[in-house]
Write a protein that binds this ligand. Structure first.
Ligand code: MF3
Ligand code: CO
Length: 268
């Protein structure tokens, strides 16, 4: 997937709106994170997030997003081998599963976009290492979101973090600029070469989203035409923040408050 979409630089006022969009988004993710336990369905998680969106009167940029058919829910929930774009359903989570949730908000004309992966009950050591690597890849990528760097510096940092721990990054789905549209330029792959690609500029807002797979970088789309699975059925994880390039370095827009990620609160 490659695109040539517009890049928009946001001023301080726009960043303040996007920060609120992102904060609401974080609250929705945290609400869903808090109910995760064996027996809970992915539809229950979606409902918990939707309740927060409703409370703030915000809409979801995911709902009806164009695809093979309009995306039918406000969030994407993907279990184990499912990498991204899983549709919330009556599927019950089981102990040992890992579940990814991706949520978006539309607030005063601007988008927040963020995702996490969490374990259900006790998870395997491999699953835990995968979650840690994917989350660390996200945070390393964000740390490289500074003026003077290029898109390739961020991409390479993400790839290096995941691969140094023995995992793979997808080539088929990428991070992206975000603003009044959910998908703007620049495109931000999870693999790349330092020093290459577009120079980062103050006011860019980018959704950085490492998608990491245990067995193969390759994926396939399941019969529902939305859910993306690892090709070999192996475990996968996804973490995402919307972050801005500022004069003072990277600014994460999708936290509950400064330094507090939606996945930091203990669940279960
Ligand atoms: N956060 C995802 C993305 O960045 C999910 C959007 S897929 C949708 O592309 F269909 F649900 F909108
Ligand atoms: Co995204």
């Amino acid at each position: 997937m490659s695109w040539d979409r517009q890049i928009t630089l946001k001023n301080a006022k726009e960043l303040a709106i996007m920060r609120e969009a992102g904060r609401i988004n974080a609250e929705a993710l945290a609400a869903a994170r808090a109910i995760i336990r064996p027996g809970v369905t992915t539809a229950d998680m979606n409902a918990a997030a939707e309740e927060v969106l409703k409370k703030y009167g915000v809409t979801s940029p995911f709902k009806n997003y164009p695809g093979p058919y309009p995306y039918p829910a406000s969030t994407c929930i993907s279990v184990n081998n499912e990498l991204v774009h899983g549709i919330p359903s009556a599927r019950k989570l089981r102990a040992g599963d890992i579940v990814s949730m991706d949520c978006g908000t539309f607030y005063q004309g601007y988008v927040g976009d963020s995702a996490f992966t969490a374990g259900v009950g006790e998870i395997s050591e491999l699953a835990q290492r995968l979650l840690d690597a994917t989350r660390d890849a996200l945070m390393t990528g964000i740390a490289h979101l500074v003026v003077g760097n290029r898109v390739g510096d961020v991409s390479a940092a993400i790839q290096e973090c995941a691969e140094s721990r023995g995992f793979h990054v997808t080539r088929e789905y990428t991070g992206h600029g975000v603003g009044q549209a959910m998908h703007e330029g620049p495109q931000l792959p999870n693999y790349g070469i330092s020093g290459r690609g577009m120079a980062l500029k103050v006011g860019m807002t980018i959704a950085i989203e490492p998608m990491v797979l245990v067995g193969t970088p390759r994926t396939r789309v399941l019969a529902d035409e939305w859910t993306v699975s690892s090709l070999d059925g192996s475990l996968t994880a996804h973490f995402e923040h919307t972050a801005a390039v500022t004069e003072n370095g990277p600014l994460i827009l999708t936290q509950l408050k400064d330094g507090l990620n939606p996945w930091d609160l203990s669940g279960q």
